[in-house]
Design a protein around this ligand. Structure first.
Ligand SMILES: [Zn+2]
Length: 626
């Protein structure tokens, strides 16, 4: 049964989507692969932790206030219902893959029952407005997050419907969605925080009920017409300054912008609206051409969690919210399905292995909210959700349950099909079992990826299958069965006789690479970063000799790198550098302290930073003076 479950984002057969996602159960990661281990940890640690924290932080009690089971003050953010819904979504995907988890099933059932009980007779559902501000329902959409919370409820219900768990949740979400359709069919209004748009399209995909798609289309058409009160940060913050079809650049609050763009692509493919898809392409070019960090993080402005100007990418003041990287992954997946172009999968991979992976500790229960590329010596970010260490939870807890739902459904993002073909986008040891044109295809993948770029795929099928293997933009000199790969739009196409099980070997060379920033990124001019395959590396204070300040370290970009394993770090890199102590303590006019003492540098994958001990870290490293 589980292998027939659809995953996140499943365009209808009428949609214009060249690539089709596989069933969620079509991909199984090997337990010892990086992605398999992550998914297992998500199930055993992160998801139970989220469930626990919903209770501890009061998010469930807020709903119990509506039902009368709890008589106490409200706790947590006014939009904390969304934390409950995201956790429900994660639980639904997880149960879809592992229906035997009785504890998780009990959480899903009891929470769905609570949510159903908290729903008003007309279908309205929001614990804050129902109890604390009943007179303001739908009145202040610029900050209320009512449709944002509704969107996450709908996403949870879509996951429950596809996974075949929690029919009650689907009933609740549809009742609310029907009320929203009724309310907003004639009233010109949009929510300050997008999310409902993509959710309604997905609900349409599950139910076939056209009014959901029509309302999503309508919300997109109404946005950018100044309908929202931009009182605090202005209309750009809310993407209400220009209609999306006319927008030339990403702007404002990053998560809002990216969730909006997910909805834009969903509507574009379902309504075959080329102009809308073109707008998404244009905004993608701006976001990934001038406003994305090397780790895939986005958003340099802390004040309004927003995109900065082009090339405004300071590593120490990177905001890079975890939810933004997840939203970027989700948007890129939609762009990939809609176009078949590998550059979108490249950005999924960049965000996944760096910004997203780095936001969770190896214990699976501590998280970053902001994901800077440089944590300074003496850093204090406790007042702006940018702590020096991952924390178990946040007062605004949007990120941890967002991670849980993404990782629980990660197998849905690995491969796709099109007529006559199977495309592999993300590499992990494990199996893919699907059909192409109705004929069974089985792929067994053996690879230590991302630690090594050798990927062996044994394909068995009676179909004359075209196997398309993504060759990432960073991979120079890729080989297929020892022959230089011919790459088109990011993919190498392989055709063989697969009938008796044929093995194809893809080799993606992964030397340590020195990356130089675009010259207009002033904040890191004179610095380089180190990458290896899809992984960005960083220096940590923990690996420096006693007394050496991280900010005084320089790297010799011409030096060789050697691999050196560390505990919990399968591939660390060592190279040469120097320590340049400032000539004096004078803030201005002191100058550099000369070439300095040689030092051996150890770089570790960015996503693993802060796991051995808390302390300063940097991705961009100043180059040593000649
Ligand atoms: Zn977040």
């Amino acid at each position: 049964m589980t292998e027939r479950i659809l995953g996140p984002v499943h365009p209808t057969s009428a949609a214009k989507s060249p690539l089709r996602p596989l069933f969620l159960g079509a991909v199984a990661f090997a337990p010892d692969s990086l992605l398999g281990d992550w998914q297992a940890r998500n199930a055993s640690r992160t998801l139970p932790h989220c469930v626990e924290q919903l209770d501890a932080a009061g998010a469930l009690d807020n709903l119990r206030r509506v039902t009368g089971e709890v008589d106490a003050d409200r706790r947590n953010m006014w939009f904390a219902d969304s934390d409950v819904y995201k956790t429900l979504e994660a639980a639904a995907w997880q149960l879809g893959r592992d229906p035997g988890d009785a504890e998780l099933r009990a959480f899903l059932d009891t929470t769905a029952a609570l949510v159903a009980k908290a729903q008003e007779d007309d279908g309205y559902l929001n614990s804050y407005f129902s109890v604390d501000k009943p007179d303001l329902k739908w009145q202040e959409l610029h900050w209320s997050h009512e449709l944002y919370c509704a969107g996450h409820l709908v996403q949870a219900a879509v996951a429950a419907a596809r996974a075949g768990v929690g029919a009650q949740l689907v009933t609740v979400a549809r009742r609310f969605a029907d009320l929203i359709v009724e309310r907003f069919a004639t009233v010109d209004d949009v929510d300050g925080h997008p999310e409902i748009e993509t959710a309604l399209v997905e609900l349409y995909r599950v139910t076939g009920h056209r009014p959901y798609l029509d309302l999503a289309t309508r919300f997109l058409a109404l946005r950018g017409r100044g309908l929202l009160n931009g009182e605090r940060f202005g209309p750009r913050y809310l993407q209400d300054h220009v209609p999306v079809r006319e927008a030339g650049e990403v702007a404002g609050h990053v998560v809002r912008q990216l969730y909006l763009l997910a909805g834009v692509v969903d509507v574009a493919v379902e309504t075959r609206d080329e102009e809308l898809l073109e707008a998404a392409r244009r905004l993608w070019a701006d976001a990934f051409g001038a406003k994305t960090y090397l780790t895939g993080a986005q958003g340099s402005r802390h004040r309004d969690e927003a995109f900065g100007d082009p090339y405004e990418l300071p590593p120490d003041r990177a905001y890079g919210e975890t939810c933004a990287a997840i939203a970027s992954f989700q948007w890129n997946w939609r762009m990939l399905l809609a176009t078949g172009e590998g550059k979108y999968a490249d950005e999924m991979e960049r965000a996944l292995y760096n910004a997203i992976a780095g936001s969770t500790a190896l214990d699976g229960t501590h998280f970053f909210y902001a994901n800077p590329l440089h944590l300074r010596t003496g850093h204090d970010g406790s007042h702006e959700d940018a702590p020096s260490q991952r924390l178990p939870w946040y007062s605004c807890a949007c990120c941890p349950p967002n991670l849980a739902r993404l990782v629980a459904s990660l197998s849905g993002y690995v491969a796709t099909t099109d007529p006559g073909g199977l495309q592999v986008h993300l590499y992990a040891a494990g199996t893919i079992q699907t059909t192409v044109d109705g004929v069974d295809v089985r792929v067994e993948t053996r690879t230590p990826y991302p630690w090594d770029g050798r990927v062996e795929l044994t394909v068995t099928t009676r179909a004359p299958l075209m196997l398309s293997l993504r060759v990432p933009g960073w991979a120079e000199g890729a080989l297929i069965d020892g022959v230089p790969a011919e790459v088109r739009d990011g993919y190498a196409e392989v055709r063989r006789d697969w009938t008796s099980g044929t093995t194809v070997t893809l080799e993606l060379p992964m030397p340590a690479r020195v990356v130089r920033p675009h010259p207009r990124i002033d904040a890191v001019r004179g610095c380089v970063a180190v990458t290896r395959g899809p992984l960005v590396y960083c220096l940590e204070q923990a690996d420096l000799p006693d007394g050496v300040v991280l900010e005084d370290v320089r790297i010799d970009p011409a030096a060789q790198f050697s691999d050196a394993p560390l505990p919990d770090v399968p591939v660390a890199l060592t190279t040469r550098g120097r320590v340049e102590v400032p000539a004096s303590d004078e803030l201005y006019g002191a100058g550099a302290g000369g070439p300095g003492e040689p030092v051996e540098l150890t770089a570790v994958p960015y996503f693993l930073w802060g796991n051995r001990e808390a302390g300063p870290m940097r991705v961009w490293i100043p180059v040593a003076a000649e």
